[in-house]
Design a protein around this ligand. Structure first.
Ligand code: ADP
Ligand code: MG
Ligand code: MG
Length: 302
């Protein structure tokens, strides 16, 4: 079981020094769903970007740790002892992703001729290679082959050990799309070519299904969706947890999506701090009473 642990995280905008997070404590483990809720501007997206390693923000105090276990990667038997706990703040964004912390990547602008399928397979193989390096050190095979004068370029049919080939990937993609109840044609479409808002959100869930992260951070995946699409996306998130044991940090302003995704814990953020926590009933109470109720409670009690 993996755990993502934020300990007393303080953060500011890297260049301006404006303080945004004021001591955030949060723990998300595999198989759990946590809702991070709060009014606009409270620091939810900044929290997700800190986890991902966005260069616009600087952590001035506190820690962001990832704890890994042998059962966190289906294709890795045993994690070396010195690779079980990671200080994410020391790692590049792609390294964090390789260790199983997922944040949806923005697709580059539409690229003619690159299908979703190809893009996702490339992303998966890049992740696997990076992860091997982080967990087990440099890829010795390649180096030895290079020294011996072999061609190590990733041509079709000449895959590195552990790399997912075209046919194998087609099968994986098919299974994941069935799991998410997605139309198979979707995968044949070109990157970013006219995806609707709802399709982009479903894409985000598909990325997470393919990459099988230990922990997925989903920021406002419910925004702007009609009710049918909201249900599809919510079913997808539930499947990530139920079928592949992903831990989910679901960031949302509104309670609405929590009608379909039952969180284990609800955290409420206000002015860069988590000020209140509870079970799913807290989200319902929030729906009735609004964020001003939380604000009153927190500031009048102080
Ligand atoms: P939320 O996602 O909860 O709506 P954000 O994390 O996006 O909140 O923003 C929290 C606060 O930090 C807001 O006041 C926002 O204006 C400010 N902020 C976030 N990112 C930046 C930035 N790059 N530069 C300046 N201010 C920022
Ligand atoms: Mg604190
Ligand atoms: Mg936000």
């Amino acid at each position: 079981m993996a755990t993502l642990e934020l300990k007393n995280v303080h953060a500011e905008v890297a260049e301006e020094g404006e303080k945004i997070l004021n001591g955030v404590d949060l723990e998300v483990a595999s198989g759990e769903i946590h809702a991070l809720m709060g009014p606009n501007g409270s620091g939810k997206s900044t929290t997700s970007k800190i986890i991902a390693g966005h260069p616009a923000y600087e952590v001035t105090e506190g820690e962001v740790l990832l704890h890994l276990d042998d059962d966190d990667f289906g294709d890795v038997d045993e994690i070396p002892d010195d690779a079980r706990t990671w200080d994410l703040l020391d790692l590049e964004p792609n390294e964090r992703a390789a260790l199983g912390v997922f944040l949806a990547f923005q697709y580059p602008a539409e690229i003619e001729g690159v299908t979703m399928t190809n893009f996702l397979r490339t992303a998966l193989n890049a992740k696997i290679e990076e992860r091997e390096e982080l967990l087990f050190g440099e890829d010795d095979d390649d180096e030895e082959e290079e020294e011996a004068g072999y061609d190590t370029s990733p041509m079709e049919g000449d895959y590195d050990e552990g790399e997912v080939g075209v046919a194998e990937f087609q099968q994986l993609l098919k299974e994941k799309m069935e799991l998410l109840d997605m139309d198979e044609k979707f995968a044949q479409r070109y990157l970013n070519a006219g995806f609707s808002g709802g399709e982009k959100k479903q894409n985000e869930v598909l990325q997470a299904a393919i990459l099988e992260p230990a922990i997925a951070v989903l920021d406002e995946i419910d925004s702007g969706l009609d009710i049918d699409r909201l249900q599809d996306v919510a079913n997808g998130v539930n499947a990530l947890r139920d079928e592949q044991g992903t831990g989910v940090l679901q960031i949302t302003h509104y309670q609405r999506i929590l009608d379909y995704i039952e969180p284990d814990t609800v955290h409420i953020m206000l002015d860069g701090e988590i000020v209140k926590e509870g079970g799913p009933e807290l989200a319902e109470e929030l729906e009735d009473k609004g964020y001003d109720w939380v604000r009153d409670q927190v500031y009048n009690a102080a």
